[in-house]
Design a protein around this ligand. Sequence first.
Ligand SMILES: C[S@@+](CC[C@H](N)C(=O)[O-])C[C@H]1O[C@@H](n2cnc3c(N)ncnc32)[C@H](O)[C@@H]1O
Length: 325
Amino acid sequence: MTDDGYALRVAREQNFYTGERPANSLPPIFSYWAARYVAPHLHEIFGTTEVEQFFANEIVRTSGKSQNVSVLSLGSGEASTEIDICKRIAALGKTATFYCTDISRGMNEAAERNSEAAGVSDNFNFIECDINTDFPDCPAEVVIANHSLHHFVELEQIFASVKKQIGRDGAFIVNDMIGRNGHMRWPEVLEFTKALWNLLPPEKRVDRMNGIEHNEFIDWDCADGTFEGIRAQDIMPLLVEIFEFERFFGFGGIADTFVDRMYGHNFSPDSPWDCGFIDVAELTNSALLKNGELKPTAMFATMRLAKFEDEKFWPLSAKEAVRVP
Ligand SMILES: C[S@@+](CC[C@H](N)C(=O)[O-])C[C@H]1O[C@@H](n2cnc3c(N)ncnc32)[C@H](O)[C@@H]1O
């Protein structure tokens, strides 16, 4: 990537992430799919069906006897996730100090306002930085990333810094996208996606982000000129080289297209046909994930430099979940 190409992507990222919570724009059918197919396995591995509680549980579990735990969050956005996690850690009997980082001034300013409104600003530090070049200097022993790794370019450098940061006793706790670059489909997933797409009536083929109806399925490269999924496919191969996975839950693939922002708003959780369609997509995906024919496009994981507890995973171990390009 040229310097100009990088600078343009940074400008686009900062213009796109101006203070809104990204999860707010997900369609209702995403919640149907997540509640039915993601939540049960999240509970099995991490003891909760909620993303914020997953982070709180894992931070508390991996911080041992420390009463106050320091947490560095990479690409924390407007930090409503971290604020919620902070309160949940308090409910679990510990206190937390957060170091939140983001490249976007709008996100950092919103984060600061949000922490004040929630009455937890004393627990928070906000750092405006580019994680690709300026990994912050802070005393955190736990590092978290919620849907941000797939925006980063210098993964080798970042993961080496995380390794140094967490040391022997800390943890790296992640919820992120790990599929093909640009969130494109691997050929083996594209085949199923197209077969399902061909069953859809025209009104369900409308790209709701751009207001255009598509006849043929277009496998968009979301990283074209942006950081969206820029090196998503490199995340797992690099992580398994550096870290031990104590907990791993991999999911996603065929259903992604139909529950995400572009086409997901064409489906309703109140429609039996729509839910049936999503069920077929997901049940096919789960069966193929279990026997290793497909690899997951998303994960929840807790990584350490050494395993302190027995590994727990579903449906594949982290090493088995790597998709070699
Ligand atoms: C998909 S959003 C996730 C935000 C937040 N973690 C959440 O879950 O709501 C990705 C975030 O990463 C930030 N980001 C992207 N590239 C970055 C970089 N190089 N350094 C720091 N933050 C970055 C973006 O500004 C954006 O807020």
